[in-house]
Design a protein around this ligand. Structure first.
Ligand code: GLN
Length: 193
């Protein structure tokens, strides 16, 4: 709907080619596109905008149903916010925005400051076998609480920045901007399984 769409189409195609897996990467905007795919990336951008646009035409509801029945997903930054079950803003409190609620985590929006405070740092996600991954943080959220079924994959300065439940992975940072398709390969892997 909005955000880093082109970059994710590129990174997903890169992952398929690096794995020699044949597959098609398509942009998803409608419930029929939601039912056509084996896995989905919800990109970074503006979570309120992506959520609002996805409510129109019931794409959000169709997506929630697929995710609840086990479709793998990669939620990036705003995409992680959409996957979550509870979101707040340090100044405004609860944001009241539309959410998918398929990852039982609590998130703080813009947790690392404004656009100007964007930064990059190396991330290790041991449970995925991915280390030294360049994490690009742009007005990123952090995870402030997780339910027992959610696994923490990585933290930065004591703040949780990557989580997983089954085939659903969420990151505060932008893997499509790192030049490394490891997290996109992980999604292809989950789709194949
Ligand atoms: N700050 C944005 C939000 O809360 C997310 C930023 C991003 O996806 N890079 O929706």
């Amino acid at each position: 709907m909005q955000g880093d769409v082109e970059e994710n189409l590129g990174a997903a195609r890169q992952a398929l080619s690096e794995m020699s897996v044949s597959g098609e990467v398509i942009q998803v905007k409608t419930p029929s596109a939601v039912s056509a795919v084996d896995a989905i990336i919800i990109p970074g951008g503006e979570s309120t905008t992506i959520g609002r646009l996805s409510m129109a035409g019931d794409t959000l509801a169709a997506l929630r149903e697929r995710l609840n029945s086990g479709m793998p997903a990669l939620g990036i930054c705003a995409g992680l916010i959409l996957l979550s079950s509870q979101v707040y803003d340090r100044r405004m409190g609860s944001t009241g925005q539309p959410l998918l609620g398929v990852l039982d985590v609590r998130l703080e929006r813009n947790s690392f400051g404004r656009q100007r405070q964007s930064f990059e740092t190396d991330i290790d996600m041991e449970p995925l076998g991915i280390t030294g991954f360049r994490g690009v943080f742009i007005r990123a959220p952090s995870v402030t609480a997780v339910s027992p079924e959610v696994e923490v994959l990585a933290s930065v300065d004591g703040r949780i920045v990557a989580v997983r439940r089954g085939g659903i992975v969420g990151t505060s940072f932008h893997p499509e901007l790192s030049g490394n398709a490891a997290l996109h390969r992980n999604l292809v892997d989950a789709a194949r399984r």
